[in-house]
Write a protein that binds this ligand. Structure first.
Ligand code: GAR
Length: 216
């Protein structure tokens, strides 16, 4: 018997292509959940338009109207709690969250970061990979913990870096993979196959290695 669908909130700052992949996967029932709200901190974010087009309730909490990070995070948490989600998915959310916020949702909070963590935490990951003449780049889905981009990795996808790549070309190649692996991991959390225990990621009760599931 299929388990009850999990309630998912997506938080996004930008174009929302990962949010769209998750919304679509829920609609196709390849994710055992439903997106009950999309929240953005950017008033004109394309993610909000995508939510509207998919009939997903959405709201903007503009971080610029808050005097500090903590008060924004309190407002964001109130908006999240109003729909009582099981899972909170950061999908291109470009704000650092306070330790209190992260602690409140520990084990329920996922992020996707465009690098093969632990390499290239922070910003400009594509440019840094190109500057270093890396032969491969990629993306990581991880549980969020208080350490920025430092939570345990659940799944990564790698792509090749070609000699004449631009940032945009590399980003597009990575995003194709993101749209595959993020819904997959969200579904694992919906089906309680992954868990965060003692700040480590587990899959079907087995602790995952540093680079996540089936890493080489
Ligand atoms: C994604 O590539 C995601 O990995 C990245 O933002 C992009 C959002 O794209 N996230 C971060 O950089 C978080 N540090 P989208 O809005 O099209 O989903």
């Amino acid at each position: 018997m299929a388990s009850i669908k999990k309630r998912i909130v997506i938080v996004a700052s930008g174009s929302g292509s990962n949010a769209q992949a998750i919304i679509d996967a829920c609609a196709k029932e390849t994710v055992n959940g439903s997106v009950v709200k999309l929240i953005s901190n950017v008033p004109n974010a394309e993610a909000l338009t995508r939510a509207a087009q998919s009939n997903i309730p959405s709201n903007c909490i503009d971080h610029k109207i808050f005097s500090d990070r903590d008060s924004f995070d309190v407002a964001l948490a109130e908006e999240i709690d109003a729909v009582q989600p099981d899972i909170i998915v950061l999908a291109g959310f470009m704000r650092i969250l306070s330790d209190e916020f992260v602690a409140k949702y520990l084990g329920k909070l996922l992020n996707i970061h465009p690098s093969l963590l632990p390499k290239y935490t922070g910003m400009r990951t594509y440019q840094r990979a190109l500057d270093n003449e890396d032969h491969e780049h990629g993306t990581s889905v991880h549980f969020v913990t208080p350490e920025l981009d430092g939570g345990p990795v659940i799944l990564q996808a790698k792509v090749p870096v070609f000699e004449d790549d631009t940032v945009d070309e590399l980003a597009s190649r990575v995003k194709v993979q993101e749209h595959k692996i993020y819904p997959l991991v969200v579904n694992w959390l919906c089906n309680d196959r992954i868990a965060l225990i003692d700040m480590k990621a587990f899959f079907d009760g087995q602790e995952l290695p540093e680079c996540g599931y089936a890493s080489d």
